[in-house]
Design a protein around this ligand. Structure first.
Ligand code: 1CP
Length: 349
């Protein structure tokens, strides 16, 4: 790994090391909540903007300029590698990822081919440009097994995950073959991002919290562990995130994360216990509260900081992504408050 940001508060917090102030960034900090995003995004699928290094670079930088956050996150999507492999997936405006021919049988494995040289060149180029421009760490990311499988099998965003769970529990052999392909794509993507200069990675298994712990252990954990183990040798912090994962936090940590993302349903102090204090935590303000008057939001930000209790292994974030209707000025105030008041016990003297 490039040691360029080894002393940056974000990287130190990821490693649980003391530092001067609590770092903060926001999931979905780029995108629909920013008026400057609408100005450059263009019409059509967001995948067009993602494949254009000019636009993807600019969109990644927009929230960095506006908020003074401590990390940038690459403007891409979790479905980008599957799209690049030619599976046949799009992102339908107002809906999300959609597949005309969802994954149904072993024959569909052929459409999930490994990435070859050049498939992700647009993304590698965006990462290189960002790393040249940024003076804060860049986070790369990929989708986790259950979340990726949910889009491939359901063919669109789902509420109940009925089809994907039926395939998982009903056809376990096919399920594991599917997840092996997904894991290969994730490893290739994350490795490429780090090779081009990303300083940390996040595995988004956003919807894994819909599984009970025994199912997570049997069907998801082996694949997430393989991804995170493969990335370990790149020597960058690994963040592992999903929502409604209160009952899975021990396994999410055990899978090989340096940082576990926590949503607002679980207190940071409880999350710390459930993960045995072995990992740093990222979170966990309820994104809906960005829509409340500042005094209410301010108290909630302080509550998150108090709940962390000055532990150095805390990256302030939301419990999930910024909502499109959030006011950017509120996010700016959150960053300023966290920077002014967030203390990390054991400050270097
Ligand atoms: O056209 C648009 O502007 C559509 C909105 C949008 C955006 C801004 C989508 C469609 N993807 C993105 C970019 C994106 N996606 C980023 C970079 C922006 C940033 O964080 O600053 C990232 C990290 C993602 C990752 C992503 N995509 C996740 C994991 C994070 C999470 O929110 O849990 C997931 C689940 C997706 C799928 C997806 N892509 C887009 C939508 C609307 C969705 C969710 C659909 C659903 O409800 O299932």
């Amino acid at each position: 790994m490039t040691e360029r940001f080894a002393d940056h508060p974000f990287i130190r917090a990821c490693r649980g090391l003391p530092h001067d102030r609590v770092p903060v960034w926001f999931m979905r900090q780029a995108g629909r909540s920013l008026p400057e995003y609408a100005a450059v995004r263009g019409e059509g699928s967001i995948l067009d903007a993602i494949q254009d290094p000019d636009r993807a670079t600019e969109i990644t930088l927009q929230p960095v300029r506006r908020y003074g956050v401590d990390a940038a996150i690459l403007f891409s999507d979790i479905v980008t590698p599957v799209f690049a492999s030619g599976f046949g997936i799009d992102i339908t405006p107002g809906v999300g990822p959609t597949c005309e021919h969802p994954f149904r049988s072993a024959a569909d494995l052929d459409r999930l081919r490994p990435l070859t040289e050049g498939d992700l060149e647009f993304q590698s180029e965006t990462v290189r440009r960002l790393v040249a421009e940024l003076d804060i760490p860049l986070i790369g990311f990929a989708g986790g097994p259950f979340t990726m499988a949910s889009y491939l099998v359901e063919g669109r965003p789902s509420r109940d995950y009925a089809k994907v769970k039926a395939l998982m529990a009903g056809e376990p052999e096919l399920w594991h073959r599917l997840c092996e392909r997904i894991a290969d794509l994730a490893i290739a993507t994350l490795t490429d991002q780090v090779a081009n200069g990303a300083s940390a990675v996040q595995l988004f298994d956003s919807w894994a919290g819909s599984l009970r712990p025994e199912h997570y252990r049997e069907y998801v954990f082996p694949h997430s562990s393989r991804i995170l183990d493969a990335v370990a040798e790149l020597d960058v912090p690994r963040i592992h995130f999903g929502i409604t994962t209160g009952e899975l936090l021990d396994q999410i940590a055990e899978a090989g994360a340096d940082v576990v993302g926590v949503d607002w349903r679980t207190r940071l102090s409880d999350a710390r216990q459930r993960t045995g204090g072995r990992v740093a935590l990222q979170g966990n303000l309820d994104p809906a509260l960005l829509l409340t008057p500042w005094p209410v939001l301010e108290a909630e930000v302080r509550r998150v900081l108090d709940d962390n209790g000055g532990h150095p292994g805390h990256i302030f974030n939301l419990g999930h992504g910024v909502l499109p209707q959030a006011d950017p000025d509120q996010l700016l105030r959150v960053v300023e408050l966290v920077h002014a008041e967030g203390t990390a016990r054991g400050d270097r003297a």
